[in-house]
Design a binder for this molecule. Structure first.
Ligand SMILES: C[S@@+](CC[C@H](N)C(=O)[O-])C[C@H]1O[C@@H](n2cnc3c(N)ncnc32)[C@H](O)[C@@H]1O
Length: 212
């Protein structure tokens, strides 16, 4: 994958060298940084097999360093959302770095053990009913929201200040940008069933790093 400008710069570098002009040949890094990301065949084939569509919400379950995540985002023309999770904090940062380098904004990253990727509905509603509505845990700062119908409060829900701050920041920065370039790793508690259009699981196999 390469921008036209990048391709021209690389070819220019080679042409200068081939014409035997006395110039210092740019180092590999000088030429390629920010212009080329080498992708292996499995990343490309896998992304095509998944056939992501623009506007889709995709889950990439073992995503670092993000080769397939970014290949998917490119096929989606950066429109929609690719949720890339990995269980390693530092590897999540690697995905963010790659996404930022490639200028992809539709990638959201989380630290999550893929085994816990599905957040069961019954578990989540139990948790909300008992601890969020009936009783406020003492160590969390909550804001009370009341819904009114004809002047009568019909329902009361509680939103943590942290959730409010996150929501304000997402509205200000847009989905994905926070995660893509901020260098902050958020943990996920998992996702509701059926909340993605497509799911990629690139489970580690040999753990030897020898075979794609
Ligand atoms: C083969 S690499 C993935 C390569 C990646 N799909 C790509 O194309 O760039 C496997 C990744 O799975 C992650 N991993 C291993 N077990 C995991 C788990 N239970 N949950 C989430 N990620 C896991 C590892 O940290 C590692 O980054």
């Amino acid at each position: 994958m390469m921008s036209r400008a990048g391709m021209f710069r690389v070819l220019q570098g080679i042409a200068v060298h081939m014409n035997n002009r006395v110039v210092e040949l740019p180092s590999f890094h000088d030429v390629l940084e920010g212009e080329i990301f080498l992708q292996n065949l499995p990343s490309i084939i896998t992304a095509h097999a998944l056939d992501p569509q623009q506007g889709d919400r995709i889950l990439d379950m073992c995503a670092a360093p993000g080769g397939k995540t970014t290949a998917i985002a490119i096929l989606m023309k950066d429109k929609g959302e690719v949720v890339a999770v990995d269980r390693s904090h530092n590897k999540v940062l690697d995905i963010q770095k790659l996404a930022a380098e490639m200028g992809l904004n539709c990638i959201t990253t989380y630290k999550l053990d893929a085994v816990k990727a599905v957040h069961r509905r019954d578990e989540s509603s139990d948790m909300h009913t008992s601890s969020f509505v009936a009783q406020e845990p003492p160590n969390i700062d909550f804001t009370r929201n009341e819904n009114f119908t004809n002047g009568q409060a019909t329902q009361m829900t509680y939103t943590s200040k942290a959730e409010l701050r996150k929501s304000i920041s997402t509205q200000r920065n847009g989905v994905g940008r926070n995660h893509g370039i901020g260098g902050r790793v958020e943990k996920s508690e998992g996702f509701s069933p059926n909340s993605f259009d497509r799911v990629l699981l690139d489970a580690p196999c040999s753990a030897l790093g020898l075979r794609p």
